[in-house]
Design a binder for this molecule. Structure first.
Ligand code: PLP
Length: 394
C-alpha cells in the first residue's frame, strides 16, 4: 500500500467542485438537473477578450513568459489598482497566477510555519481553510449568523488573535454570503489589526465588481491605509469577466512577500498560460461595459430569488450586497422535516428527489444554510424554486 503524506491527509476535495461534478454525472445519466452549485457566471467570455487571445496565438505568444506575468499584463494590473482602487504598486509588487486560487496557495506556502494560525471568518470560501492546512497552518474560524448579516465584529477579531496569528483573511463581497463590509466596518477591523503589527492581512476582492450597494467598492486597505505595508490584495478576472476557465488571478502587496510567492510559483507551475494572460490584459485594459451588463442581470436574479426564498416555509434569506450567491438559512425548514436533519442531508435530498443542486452551508462553515448560485437564467431559477418548494411542502 502507498503511504500518503500527513499534509495531503489533512485536506478534503473542494465540496463545491464535488457538487458540480455529481450534478454533471446525474445529467449525463439523462436526469433533469438544475445546477445551482457552481461558482461561475453563466455568461460567455466577452468577444473582445476572446479576440485578444486569438490574436496572441496568431502572433506566436505561445511561449513561456516571465514567471510573475508579462510586463503588459502586470502594467494593466498596476493601472487597474490605481484607477479603480486608488492603490499604488510597483510591478515588482504584483504576481500573476493561474487563478485566484493559486494566488492564495502561494501566499499560504510563503507565510506559514507549522502551527501558525490564520483567522478566517465563516461562512468562508471553501478553499481557504484547506489551503492553510496544506501549508502547515491552522485555520481559526470566526462564526457568524444571519443576525449580523454574516459579518464579524471587531470584538470577535480581537478575541481570536493569539501570538501565533500570522494571517487575517477577509473576503468582501463574500462567497458564499453575498455580504459586503462597509467602509466603517472595515475601519473598525483595521483598528484592531493596528494593535498587532505582525499579522498579515489578505483581502480577497474577487467579487469587487459584482456589487449593488450603491456605494463604491472599498477594501480594508482603503478603509485603513496604515495596513498597506502588510496587506495582500487578491483579485482576478474569473468572476468579473466570466473567465473562470482561463485561470488568471493576481495578488499585490509587500514586495518581500510577493517575491516569496513568486519563488513558490517558479518551482511549481511557472507562468500562467501566455494566451490567458493576453486575454486578461484585454479584460482589464478594455471597455468595462461587459461587467456592468452582467451585474445588471445578477441583480435582477438576486431580487427575484431572495424574495422567492423568503416565501418558502422555514427559510430565511437576507438580501445580499453583491456576488451571484444567495445564502438562505434553511434551519427552520430542516427542523420541520422528518427524513432530513442537516443541511448536508437536505442537499442530498434536493438533488436526488428534485434534481436541484445546491451546496450545503456546512461546506462553508455555516451549517443550516445553503448556498444557491444564481448564475443561471431567470426561468431556470424559477423552476428551481418551484422544485425546492415541493420538497419542503411534503
Ligand atoms: N476567491 C473567492 C472568494 C472565490 O469564490 C474564488 C472562486 O470560487 C476564488 C477566489 C478563485 O477563483 P479562481 O481561482 O477561479 O480565479
Amino acid at each position: 500500500d502507498i503511504n500518503l503524506s500527513d499534509r495531503v491527509q489533512r485536506i478534503k476535495p473542494s465540496p463545491t467542485l464535488a457538487v458540480t461534478s455529481k450534478a454533471a454525472e446525474l445529467r449525463a445519466q439523462g436526469k433533469d438537473i438544475i445546477g445551482l452549485g457552481a461558482g461561475e457566471p453563466d455568461f460567455d467570455t466577452p468577444d473582445h477578450i476572446k479576440q485578444a487571445a486569438i490574436e496572441a496565438i496568431n502572433a506566436g505568444k505561445t511561449k513561456y513568459t516571465a514567471v510573475d506575468g508579462t510586463p503588459g499584463l502586470k502594467q494593466a494590473i498596476v493601472d487597474k489598482f490605481k484607477r479603480e482602487n486608488d492603490l499604488s504598486y510597483e510591478p515588482a509588487q504584483v504576481l500573476v497566477s493561474s487563478g485566484g486560487k493559486q494566488s492564495f496557495f502561494n501566499m499560504a506556502l510563503a507565510l506559514f510555519n507549522d502551527g501558525d494560525e490564520a483567522i478566517i471568518p465563516a461562512p468562508y470560501w471553501v478553499s481557504y481553510p484547506d489551503m492553510v492546512k496544506v501549508a502547515g497552518g491552522v485555520p481559526v474560524i470566526l462564526e457568524t449568523t444571519l443576525e449580523t448579516r454574516f459579518k464579524i465584529t471587531p470584538e470577535q477579531l480581537a478575541a481570536a488573535i493569539t501570538p501565533k496569528t500570522r494571517l487575517f483573511v477577509i473576503n468582501s463581497p463574500s462567497n458564499p454570503s453575498g455580504m459586503a463590509y462597509t467602509k466603517e466596518e472595515l475601519a473598525a477591523l483595521g483598528e484592531v489589526l493596528k494593535q498587532h503589527p505582525d499579522i498579515v492581512v489578505a483581502t480577497d476582492d474577487m467579487y469587487e465588481h459584482i456589487l449593488w450597494t450603491g456605494q463604491p467598492f472599498v477594501n480594508i486597505v482603503n478603509a485603513c491605509p496604515d495596513l498597506y505595508d502588510r496587506t495582500v490584495v487578491m483579485n482576478g478576472v474569473s468572476k468579473a469577466y466570466s473567465m473562470t476557465g482561463w485561470r488568471i488571478g493576481y495578488a499585490a502587496g509587500p514586495q518581500k512577500l510577493i517575491g516569496a510567492m513568486k519563488k513558490v510559483q517558479s518551482q511549481s507551475t511557472s507562468n500562467p498560460a501566455s494566451i490567458s494572460q493576453a486575454a486578461a490584459e484585454a479584460a482589464l485594459a478594455g471597455d468595462q461595459q461587459c461587467v456592468a451588463d452582467m451585474v445588471k442581470a445578477f441583480k435582477e436574479r438576486h431580487d427575484y430569488v431572495v424574495e422567492a426564498l423568503n416565501a418558502l416555509p422555514g427559510v430565511s434569506c437576507a438580501p445580499g450586497d453583491g456576488t451571484f450567491y444567495a445564502f438562505p438559512d434553511f434551519s427552520g425548514a430542516i427542523a420541520e422535516m422528518d427524513d432530513v436533519s442537516s443541511c448536508t442531508e437536505l442537499a442530498t435530498k434536493l438533488l436526488d428527489t428534485a434534481g436541484v443542486a445546491l451546496v450545503p452551508g456546512s461546506a462553508f462553515g455555516a451549517p443550516g444554510c445553503m448556498r444557491l448560485s444564481f448564475a443561471v437564467g431567470l426561468d431556470t431559477l424559477k423552476e428551481a424554486v418551484r422544485r425546492i418548494e415541493k420538497v419542503l411542502n411534503k
